[in-house]
Design a protein. Structure first.
Length: 609
């Protein structure tokens, strides 16, 4: 009861904060472009909103047990062994949450009496959410611990306690050298990931291990670097785009878009395969979140495909492969993350990804139609009146107009991704509310909380990955790796370097999640690519596609499990049919790599290359 009440409070706070953030940015856009008088403190308050969504949203995700991790080992265990592993996960999560809370206290004290850059807001607004979110995570982590059988809790606690005590004793007695500390960090990260610890907490645990054995950083740096990792105005577009996609679902715009596509091409044999690929492309250009895209398209398309005789395992495989294709369609969140982490033009990445997405979509459609010819029937429907056709067309156009707002606003340089995303949310609310009237205030409030939870999971991964990236950077690891890979490229050719880089992202995309893979390896690999004369936009698109292949590749790809959950088909059944789709995407990736014009033609045309 107490836990549920606390979760309801956190959920309500997240919903209010996210709604306030949308209103704040939309008001600033109006004042900036209509009145030529921007709100001076809007960006600073927006950063506080972002930090609150990150850490309070992550706490809400922890309560819902929705943080993503590699569950291969956990799914293979039963009985006491499974309980012990659950205990290990719960202890690691609790330690990371407690350290975040503990380290945020001196950090908050250190900014007492200070103000933000404008001098209009107290600096503490960026740190109170850190303390509140860490405290909420610690609270929910304690309840997770209480659910573990006491014998398993004790056994796993002894193991985790001995590891932690050993690391602290090592650091206090004879601090390890930097190189040794890095290996400790990598070993802890690997152990936690294999042990089914959620990705964000696994990365944070490895960083804590480095700090413990080297004693080179005060504990407040743990909270400070995580907070700094998400203190970028551009990242606020992530929860806004996620919210825009969810709002489209509850106000009927998503269903009408897919209904329009079915009306056009769904009646042909194999036509629903085309509809699924095109629908994923459309939704990738609206919500930005692969989870939201897969859920929106899969929940509507899977029942229709089952009714018309499609093999459900093949349909889920196509759904997952289409999501890989959608990674390069703006405003994909991973494009925003890579642009932020590697200092690459986000607008340039948005426009550079369009033609590669078209190449992959064409390849997927071709394979899907050829393999779907046997055993499927055209979608049967009643004759439609002209009024119905007009309504369907109007509903679809309202959704397509949202894509024009997003892509046109960002690529045209009219507004930033964050500003465009806030406008997109208001557009979806107003247009959907006036035209379709299917959304209630209760459903909107629920989706505000849902968006905060999903965004908190993504942003908390970014914060943990940024902390890891910071530790690697101060130890000159990126420079070392870049130099080595540049030498490989110089001796073996640029294409050898590209193949190595893409291979790394495929592997890391499957082991990690999209965000940490790009945050860690994007800045590592991009300098080497630039030394070899590879265009940053071209290289960025290659990394994103390679990461997407890994993200949806069996047996580790986290994205594949999301698609399987939406389609209600076990991963084991999807693993075989998805091979042909991933193979054709891999071939398309090689074509895109070897023909840079596919990526760079549009950016050069619009002056962003």
């Amino acid at each position: 009861m107490i836990e549920r009440a606390a979760a309801a409070l956190v959920s309500a706070v997240c919903a209010v904060v996210l709604a306030a953030g949308v209103v704040l940015i939309a008001a600033d856009v109006f004042c900036r472009y209509m009145l030529s008088d921007p709100i001076q403190w809007a960006d600073e308050l927006a950063i506080a909103v972002l930090i609150a969504i990150t850490f309070l949203g992550a706490a809400l995700t922890l309560y819902r047990s929705e943080h993503q991790g590699v569950l291969i080992l956990r799914n293979a265990l039963t009985g006491r062994k499974a309980d012990l592993l659950d205990g290990f996960v719960a202890w690691v999560v609790a330690i990371v949450a407690a350290c975040l809370t503990w380290s945020s206290m001196p950090l908050l004290d250190s900014v007492a009496g200070q103000t933000t850059t404008s001098g209009m807001l107290p600096a503490s607004i960026n740190y109170y959410p850190l303390l509140a979110g860490g405290g909420a995570m610690t609270f929910f982590a304690a309840f997770h611990l209480s659910r573990i059988p006491w014998r398993a809790l004790l056994g796993s606690g002894v193991f985790v306690g001995l590891v932690a005590a050993g690391l602290l004793a090592w650091g206090n007695g004879a601090p390890a050298e930097v190189g040794t500390g890095l290996w400790v960090m990598v070993a802890l990260d690997a152990m936690c990931l294999v042990g089914s610890v959620p990705v964000a907490f696994a990365l944070a645990a490895g960083s804590l291990g480095y700090m413990a054995v080297t004693s080179s950083m005060p504990i407040l740096e743990f909270a400070n670097e995580m907070q700094t990792g998400v203190s970028s105005f551009i990242l606020l577009s992530i929860p806004f785009f996620v919210l825009a996609g969810l709002v489209m679902g509850i106000n009927g715009m998503s269903r009408r878009l897919i209904d329009f596509l079915e009306m056009l091409i769904g009646g042909a044999r194999g036509g629903l395969s085309v509809v699924m690929v095109v629908a994923m492309a459309v939704f990738s250009g609206i919500s930005g979140s692969k989870s939201a895209d897969v859920a929106a398209v899969g929940s509507i398309m899977m029942p229709a495909m089952r009714r018309t005789g499609y093999r459900e395992d093949d349909a889920v495989a196509l759904l997952a492969a289409s999501a890989v294709m959608g990674e390069t369609i703006p405003p994909c969140i991973n494009m925003i993350i890579l642009g932020y982490a590697a200092n690459v033009s986000i607008g340039g990445l948005f426009i550079a990804g369009l033609l590669p997405a078209g190449v992959m979509a064409a390849a997927l459609i071709l394979v899907a139609m050829v393999t779907a010819r046997r055993g499927t029937q055209p979608l049967r429907r009643q004759p439609r009146s002209m009024a119905h056709v007009m309504r369907a067309t109007g509903g679809a156009l309202s959704g397509l107009a949202m894509i024009l707002i997003i892509v046109g606003g960002i690529v045209g340089g009219i507004a930033t991704p964050t500003e465009v995303s806030a406008v997109a949310v208001l557009y979806a609310l107003v247009t959907g509310g006036l035209l379709f009237r299917e959304m209630t205030w209760r459903s909107f409030a629920d989706f505000l909380a849902r968006s905060s939870s999903l965004s908190g999971m993504i942003l908390f991964i970014i914060a943990s990955a940024e902390l890891l990236s910071y530790l690697l950077t101060i130890n000159l690891v990126p420079q070392t790796v870049a130099g080595y890979l540049a030498n490989v490229g110089a001796s073996s050719g640029t294409w050898a370097f590209l193949l190595i880089a893409m291979g790394i992202l495929v592997v890391m995309g499957s082991v990690l999640e999209g965000a940490p893979a790009l945050i860690i390896f994007g800045p590592l690999l991009l300098p080497a690519a630039e030394r070899l004369g590879v265009n940053p936009l071209h290289f960025g698109i290659l990394l994103i596609i390679a990461m997407g292949i890994g993200l949806f590749a069996p047996p580790l790809g986290i994205g594949l499990y999301t698609a399987c959950a939406v389609g209600e088909v076990p991963m084991e059944r999807v693993a075989r049919p998805i091979v042909k789709y991933l193979a054709v995407i891999a071939v398309a990736l090689l074509l895109i790599a070897f023909v840079p014009a596919i990526t760079l033609a549009l950016p050069h045309w619009v002056g962003l290359g």
